[in-house]
Design a protein around this ligand. Structure first.
Ligand SMILES: *[C@@H]1O[C@H](CO)[C@@H](O)[C@H](O)[C@H]1NC(C)=O
Ligand SMILES: *[C@@H]1O[C@H](CO)[C@@H](O)[C@H](O)[C@H]1NC(C)=O
Ligand SMILES: *[C@@H]1O[C@H](CO)[C@@H](O)[C@H](O)[C@H]1NC(C)=O
Length: 799
């Protein structure tokens, strides 16, 4: 599979082999690993290069990360390490991390001639009958040198003497050293004598060992003991209990008496074997006396001598094979581990390397490794006893922040042995979660005229990441509300997400607006999200009704003419008022609070329409004054009042009496004169206009006046009564006008322009007068709003 391929690529094996003589001083340089592997020096340090080996070899070698040299740490004695083995090799593994690499290093320890040949005994005693013939052979023990190869025993030298010469025969790996009688002995001449046998090795410098051979000349001893087997072989399991009998050797001597008494002894035996086996010198029984360990030594080879009472001897070989027992459980080594492990690793990433060792051999040393279920990791077998710990899925610290991974290794022995190791692995955070607001959007409700600084609402976002990656900071996203930056309306507390008003809001200015609040975490790079906060300003009854008609100035001359013939229920006039608030706060109701003749007129509670309550009679006062109060439905309600002057008359001739009305109201003669003056001026002015318009229309040969309300647009406030070129009221305006009379919310723009464009008092008076003139001329006149199927009188629309 893909992952295995990756790992094999990582576990790039190189075999390095170095050869060094034993007994090097600590600190001696074996070779340069960096150069030999083609690595830069810095890499060794960065990739945590280290030497990995069996515990027993641990102290022999090390790597100097500064220079890349493989150096000796401890004196190596080849003989101690490898005994008599011909080749002595230490195996190491060099581990490099990121990417993981493993290199084998073999250190071949060469023999140095540091041991001299040694004879088993310093003095060898021979007892030889004087009757012995020339050519008789007498075996002597060979010398032994623990060094190997050239450094082992190469040659024997016999001290010059009268009787013996040396014969050395190669006897399958070992040497058979014999003294050959060259000149007969004569006990009477020489009863005993000594000479020296020297063994020399082939090393440089040469080393030697000697033994003294002591010959006693006897009367007779014909036969040497003879073993029943040339080679004894035994096989026994390791961990055999002490006192277990391995086997019994036996040799017979044909001689009688002392000459036939056979004793046994080890003639050539390794130090280790000496600790493990004993030989009963009389019975030839070989027993286990020490701990046998297959893993240390699996084979023993020794030579046993059998000797009779007078020193004639022969030898036999004993070979003991130790068989393996499953006595070593596998051992798990964590060779490398990425800990903590970042959560954004893609599945299949190698998180660690595991090595399993079992010192047993064959099946007893075959190990299978497994990992517990339920963790997103698996073991992928790699070379030899190595496994890669590989992630199987994407980790998420926000779900599981650490794992206890238990690895179990079981060998295939019977019964199998197993061991396990638990690794604690923590997952490192990555800033992979943006803050998320708890709600899709937020709404804040505030009543207008709030205090600056008051709290509107709070937003909350959560970020499950760790520490600063999960710390949320709130801020307003730049934007505009009504052309001003949002920051002049709202502020957000960066830590708590609480939103405050920066200023007081006016419902009449805006009823709602939207801002965007961003939540950002403190990671690098930071992640953010934003949410819409809608602020709804609710109305407070802070605007009193505005009376548009009749104009609120108390000294108005505006007068409505009521025909004498008006029947009960006829529409006489209408009070028009608006309220800048909305809803209940703008729900207006009209009431007559005072009137000249309380029974004559009524006002529609919500329409403001003034109607006659009964037929007009001759006896009714010609001048009727009404005080109308307009009240909204707010809590508490606000109100405004206006006065309305009505004149019951059919006749324009009666109009001059107007002055009396005003006179009675306003007790100033000056005002009357002023009225007369204004009427004159206005009449002249109007005449002028009519002439001008007449001329114009004649030129165009078009007459558009047709009973319509002819109010020159110049006389009207700009946005108030919109009159087009023909002097006809636009239907849109009709509709607006209707709205103001009802209880529905008024058009805000309309009101504001009214406020802004209030005419100077004098001018208004002129207009009012002109208005009356036209009203009389064209009466009765209504504008019909077809949509609403209602009628609105012209006069109530105009002002
Ligand atoms: C892992 O083991 C440690 C101690 O052995 C324990 O405190 C911790 O809770 C364990 N964690 C899990 C995820 O089981
Ligand atoms: C936050 O995330 C970044 C990567 O996005 C990581 O490097 C850092 O260690 C994280 N911080 C903490 C406190 O875990
Ligand atoms: C706000 O969030 C939306 C999606 O939720 C995103 O498209 C937009 O870019 C964000 N705006 C800012 C300024 O981050």
């Amino acid at each position: 599979e893909k992952t295995i391929g990756q790992i094999q690529h990582c576990l790039n094996f190189t075999n390095l082999s170095y050869s060094v003589p034993e007994e090097m001083r600590p600190g001696a340089v074996v070779g340069n690993i960096a150069t030999d592997l083609g690595l830069e020096l810095g890499q060794l340090f960065n990739r945590k290069a280290r030497i990995d080996t069996d515990k027993s070899y641990q102290n022999y070698c090390d790597i100097d990360l500064k220079t890349g040299n493989l150096i000796i740490r401890q004196r190596i004695d080849r003989e101690e390490l490898c005994g008599e083995k011909v080749s002595c090799m230490l195996k190491f593994e060099l581990v490099l991390e990121s990417p993981l690499e493993l290199h084998r290093i073999a250190l071949i320890i060469q023999d140095v001639n540091d041991n001299s040949p040694v004879f088993p005994k310093d003095v060898m005693k021979l007892e030889i009958r004087e009757s012995a013939d020339k050519g008789a052979r007498y075996r002597v023990n060979e010398a032994h040198d623990v060094d190997t190869g050239q450094n082992a025993v190469q040659q024997y030298i016999l001290q010059k003497n009268e009787h013996f010469v040396l014969s050395v025969r190669d006897d399958g790996g070992s040497k058979n050293v014999e003294l050959v009688l060259d000149k007969e002995l004569d006990r009477e001449k020489e009863k005993e004598f000594n000479f020296v046998l020297t063994a020399v090795d082939g090393g440089n410098p040469q080393r030697s060992g000697t033994a003294l051979i002591h010959v006693t000349v006897l009367d007779a001893n014909d036969n040497a003991p003879v073993f029943d087997k040339a080679v004894y072989k035994a096989s026994l399991p390791e961990n055999s209990a002490p006192d277990t009998v391995v086997l019994t050797v036996s040799a017979t001597d044909a001689d009688e008496g002392v000459n036939g008494e056979v004793t046994y002894e080890f003639s050539r035996i390794s130090e280790r074997a000496k600790w493990c086996f004993s030989l009963n010198s009389e019975t030839g029984e070989i027993k286990v006396i020490g701990q046998l360990d297959y893993e240390t030594d699996s084979k023993y080879e020794m030579r046993i001598d059998a000797k009779d009472g007078y020193g004639l001897s022969s030898y036999s070989k004993l070979m003991i094979d130790i068989t393996d027992i499953n006595d070593n459980a596998p051992v798990i080594y964590m060779k490398s581990l990425m800990n903590p492990i970042p959560e954004n690793l893609s599945p299949g990433t190698e998180a660690g390397i595991i090595n399993v060792q079992d010192r047993d051999s064959e099946n007893n040393g075959q190990v299978r490794c497994s990992i517990q279920r339920g963790v997103p990791f698996k073991l992928v077998p790699s070379i030899k006893n190595y496994y890669s710990l590989v992630t199987t899925e994407q980790l998420d610290r926000e779900l599981v922040s650490d794992y206890n991974i238990t690895i179990t290794a079981t060998d295939e022995g019977s019964p199998p042995l197993s061991s396990s190791k638990t690794v604690q692995l923590s997952v490192a955070d990555i800033n992979d979660n943006p803050p998320v607001f708890e709600e899709q959007s937020y709404s804040a409700y505030v009543t207008e005229n709030n205090k600056p600084g008051s709290t509107l609402c709070a937003v909350t976002a959560r970020d499950p990441d760790w520490r600063q990656n999960g710390t949320v900071i709130y801020s307003l996203l730049p934007g505009e509300v009504n052309g001003a930056p949002v920051s002049s309306y709202l502020s957000v507390n960066g830590d708590t997400g609480v939103i405050h008003a920066v200023r007081s809001f006016d419902y009449e200015q805006f009823r709602s607006f939207k801002v965007h609040v961003m939540a950002r975490d403190n990671g690098s790079p930071p992640l953010s999200s934003n949410v819409t906060v809608s602020v709804f300003v609710s109305d407070v009854n802070d605007n009193s009704p505005q009376i548009l008609y009749p104009t609120p100035e108390g000294n108005s001359f505006m007068t409505e003419l009521v025909p004498k013939a008006a029947h009960g229920g006829s529409l006489v006039s209408k009070v028009i008022a608006v309220d800048a608030d909305s809803g209940q706060n703008a729900w207006l109701s009209y009431q007559i609070v005072k009137s000249t003749d309380p029974g004559l007129f009524t006002i529609g509670l919500h329409s403001g329409e003034i109607r006659t309550q009964r037929d007009i009679s001759e006896s009714d006062n010609m001048k009727q004054n009404l005080i109308v109060s307009v009240k909204d439905n707010g809590q508490p309600p606000l109100s405004a009042t206006c006065a309305m002057y009505l004149l019951i008359s059919d006749n324009l001739a009666e109009v001059p009496e107007l002055k009396d009305i005003s006179y009675s109201e306003n007790n100033s003669k000056l005002t009357s004169y002023l009225i007369i003056a204004l009427v004159s001026v206005s009449t002249i002015f109007l005449t002028f206009i009519i002439i001008t318009l007449g001329v114009r229309f004649c030129r165009r040969r078009k007459l558009l006046f047709d009973g319509a309300v002819a109010i020159p647009s110049a006389y009207l406030p700009p946005n108030y009564a919109d009159v087009d070129g023909t002097g006809t009221l636009r239907s849109t305006y009709n509709y607006d006008a209707y709205l103001t009379t009802g209880s529905r919310t008024s058009d805000f723009k309309f009101v504001s322009s009214y406020n802004d464009n209030t005419l100077p008092a004098g001018e208004t008076n002129i207009l009012q007068f002109i208005y009356v003139f036209f009203w009389i001329k064209n009466r009765p006149f209504f504008i019909s709003d077809k949509k609403q199927n209602k009628t609105v009188s012209v006069e109530s629309v105009q002002f």
